[in-house]
Design a protein around this ligand. Structure first.
Ligand SMILES: [Zn+2]
Length: 382
């Protein structure tokens, strides 16, 4: 894990450590956002309606078979004074994550698509997103000279399938957290080379000569040690291999506007990248980073606040970094909105609507804009 981390005593199963240095640049000059306990107590809150300090958390109580997750409930946010990274000081220790990570992940992130058969709408979204991604890959030369591909978090395997048919791949591997999308990939798309991920820092399967393309879906925000993750990826590339990171949100935008985190930022979000800090992080890891346009229809994205980069191994270069004061300001703005939301949700239900206006809530109440129906003019997906 990250060096110089301070370990704290926690539960026997879900063990965490508290960082005292930035997980991406290793500096120890950390700034403390004005996020009090009412913020961090709710960090497991994506499935919680009424955050309350006294209330036993429904996630730990009802669904995790006595698993003690209290050590994960305080994200303890910091901003790095050097590189402006926003990150959670609380990180899961990796040695035992295989026993609890996926069940907790499924519950906290509401992965209710993990059923069989898969919901039709989910499959349609996946197919559409894969189409959009593939179009972008083709237009920007990502598929050029590609003979072997690894897709990390490949979901239903639709993108893997498109890449296979286009480029006549010798290797098309996928990795996926959940069983039902992997089952779909194998059974309905014939992508049988999909393995299940049990840890937030999985071993990346090795192949002879390395992969020409590794496509990484929303791993960096969730990674307990993003530098280590990239260090492990790079040797898996072929000589001219590329990595595409996609579905990473620009939190400078997301934290300002979004309904997305109205009930809390859950513990699976270990660092909140921005359009300034993500490319600079990739460069310092020895990857050049070219930003690509991003499809808006991604199921787990917040529309255009989502980023996609195509990278190749290069010399590590210190890039202009994000602005720490700006990161601090955007975290504080979010915390203030979140406090208002928490206060509102603590009111009896009939009063909520009445007080919503006076609390000047900007988020958490209005419905998110309807997604455009992109399913028309597309072949139906089985
Ligand atoms: Zn830093």
């Amino acid at each position: 894990m990250v060096p110089n981390a301070v370990r704290e005593t926690v539960s026997d199963i879900v063990r965490t450590e508290l960082l005292d240095r930035c997980p991406v640049c290793d500096h120890d000059g950390l700034l403390v956002p004005s996020v009090g306990d009412d913020f961090s107590d709710n960090s497991l809150g994506s499935s919680v309606a009424a955050p309350s300090r006294d209330e036993a958390h429904p996630v730990s109580k009802a669904t995790l078979d006595g698993l003690d997750v209290t050590s994960l409930m305080h994200s303890d946010w910091r901003v790095c004074g050097h590189c402006a990274m926003m990150f959670s000081r609380t990180r899961p220790l990796l040695d035992a994550t295989s026993t609890w990570y996926n069940p907790l992940f499924r519950t906290v992130e509401n992965r209710d698509f993990d059923v069989w058969p898969l919901p039709e709408m989910f499959v349609r979204n996946q197919a559409q997103t894969a189409q959009d991604m593939f179009e972008i890959f083709r237009n920007h030369g990502v598929m050029q000279d590609v003979g072997s591909v690894l897709h990390m978090r490949c979901n239903t395997g639709h993108l893997l399938d498109l890449m296979s048919s286009e480029a006549d791949l010798t290797v098309a591997r996928g990795m996926e957290y959940f069983e039902s999308p992997a089952r779909y990939a194998a059974g309905l798309l014939g992508q049988e080379n999909v393995s299940l991920i049990t840890s937030p820092a999985p071993q990346v399967p090795e192949i002879e000569g390395g992969y020409d393309l590794i496509v990484v879906n929303h791993f960096l925000t969730h990674s307990p040690d993003p530098r280590l993750f990239i260090e492990q990826l790079k040797p898996r590339l072929s000589e001219h291999g590329r990595i595409v990171f996609y579905n990473e949100q620009d939190h400078d935008q997301v934290l300002r506007h979004s309904d997305h985190y109205s009930k809390g930022i859950n513990v699976f979000h270990n660092q909140l990248f921005t359009r300034a800090t993500l490319p600079s992080f990739l460069r310092t890891c020895g990857l050049d980073a070219r930003q690509l346009p991003h499809p808006n229809g991604l199921k787990w994205s917040v529309g255009h606040h989502t980023m996609m980069f195509v990278c190749q191994a290069d010399e590590a270069i210190a890039m202009p970094r994000g602005n720490a004061d700006q990161s601090l300001a955007v975290m504080n703005t979010w915390a203030n909105m979140h406090r208002r939301y928490a206060r509102l949700m603590a009111l009896p239900k009939p009063l909520r609507r009445t007080f919503a206006k006076s609390l000047e809530l900007r988020f958490g109440l209005k419905q998110p804009p309807a997604r455009p129906d992109t399913s028309k003019n597309r072949a139906p997906v089985e």
